[in-house]
Design a protein around this ligand. Sequence first.
Ligand code: TXD
Length: 310
Amino acid sequence: MSVRKKVSVIGAGNVGSTLAMRIVEARLADVVLVDVVDGLAEGKALDMMHAASITGTDKRVVGTTDYSAIKGSDVVVMTAGLPRKPGMSREELISKNAEIVRGVASKIKEFAPKAILIMVTNPLDLMTYLAQKITGFNPERVFGMAGLLDVARFKYLLSEELKKPASSIEAFIVGSHSDKMVPVAGVTTVGKKPLRDLLPREKVDEVIAGTRTSGAKVVSLLGKGSAYYAPSAAAYKMAEAVLNDNSNLFCASAYLRGEYGLKDIYIGVPAKIGRGGIEEILEVELTEEEKSDLKESADGIRDSLKKVGL
Ligand code: TXD
């Protein structure tokens, strides 16, 4: 009999519940969904199990407010926290979400000390750093989901512009999950051809600007809450890479020890993800302008770290 895999998803809001449903429907693992609001996670889990009677799955999802239920998790995905409101930057969420992350991370340390922790809560790079500090986990076992999502948005805009499928595009984004993210145009290829041979510089700049504001666009269209279909898809792929030990190359917020000239910081970089979490960080070639944008991005994260006393 194969050993059952277990993912705990903290936060049964938009991202957390959609992620739980993806995991169960894809038969990736059993899920424990935890939320601080009484009945919320339990109600959503029950609804998902009713759905499973229709769609079919051999996996279970249970909802609870009790953190002891996350015991034995292979992966914990942390989505608890407030989302952005229209006109709000991710950084404006800092103090409230830092308080939530401190509380939840200590529960993860207590009940799931062997898990790989995938952070989703914004501001992402900062919250990932904070969660690693509180859990004391090896930094490779804690990483953040954002780059994969930002790359997806970049690919979508390029695919619309070039009328080519997003699946034919290879792209990387480095830097923070903020307006200061740095899509690396020089290494982007479409059907193996360099992007710079397919699109004039001004158009590439337009797509990059559109990528940086994609999340804000969804927020303003929804009027309430922020994106969750694409974020949950990205978190799903990361959890899958860990559980199936895929060594997939994704952009993720990872702990740097000198790569890209940066140290003691969580920031978006291309990385191989497998059973141990971050297995390898890839250093792609950056132009002088991209290097300086990456530095600015890192400076922004360090300023926010100071605000929460880190
Ligand atoms: O790319 C990315 N990393 C992101 C990040 C993409 C999308 C969303 N991003 C951020 O994730 C967003 O800015 C938020 O900080 C989180 C969660 O977004 P979501 O859209 O799921 O927010 P919701 O729907 O408000 O859900 C948050 C849930 C809600 O049900 C709260 O009751 C719960 O979190 N919550 C808690 N659960 C457990 N424990 C505690 N302490 C807690 N506090 C709040």
